[in-house]
Design a protein around this ligand. Structure first.
Ligand code: SF4
Length: 199
């Protein structure tokens, strides 16, 4: 089933049934259909042709598709296409915001821009670093109460802003004072990227 011809000829209900366990399957099935039509129209149904097109152009085209946002577009470009677009998803933004590398309110594109500016432009590095941040986010950096004491990224915390629970839930002892990109963003990312000791 995982080829362009079979997927393109599948009915919407067939697509829905195939991805039902993923959740939001109705919306996702429509997005997949939109993508398949785009792939056929713009790249002759060939992923190879799509990924041999400049990444910025493909990204613009993907973002124009209904239902497809920047996180999905960048995941396609990075993981399937080997292009250097960091997936600055909620896990990545939460972990790195708690380490004061940007404001907790940083948007997807603001966070991605910081990462693109401070990491070497390597898709293999983007791939692994993003996967490690997701794993850290799932295992330790919970949305409500982070488990810093068990987390391998604890040495990278700015201890002036020690994470702790308080009576209202999770809070930093002192709100991060950094309002933008600080001079230590690059070195901190570099050290984190070299720290492969999860779990
Ligand atoms: S040390 Fe704490 S704030 Fe940092 S990633 Fe781990 S759980 Fe999150």
């Amino acid at each position: 089933m995982l080829n362009h011809e079979k997927l393109s000829s599948a009915s919407l209900s067939k697509l829905e049934s195939l991805i039902r366990p993923a959740g939001f399957f109705r919306q996702k099935a429509r997005t997949i259909r939109n993508f398949l039509r785009y792939l056929e129209t713009s790249h002759g149904g060939s992923l190879r042709a799509m990924f041999s097109t400049p990444g910025e152009k493909v990204r613009r085209e993907l973002l124009a598709l209904k239902g497809l946002g920047p996180e999905t577009a960048d995941a396609i470009l990075l993981y399937a296409g080997g292009k250097t677009f960091f997936v600055a998803d909620a896990y990545s933004r939460r972990v790195l915001a708690r380490h004061d590398l940007w404001k907790p309110t940083a948007t997807y594109s603001e966070a991605q821009q910081v990462l693109h500016e401070h990491l070497p432009g390597s898709h293999a590095l983007f791939n692994e670093f993003h996967a490690l941040l997701v794993e850290a986010g799932k295992r330790y950096c919970k949305r409500e109460v982070p488990r810093c004491e068990a987390c391998p990224l604890e040495p990278f915390l700015n201890h002036r802003h020690v994470a702790r629970p308080d009576h209202k839930g999770f809070a930093f002892a002192k709100p991060p004072a950094v309002s933008g990109v600080s001079g230590r963003v690059g070195p901190t990312l570099k050290r984190m990227e070299l720290s492969h000791h999860l779990g």
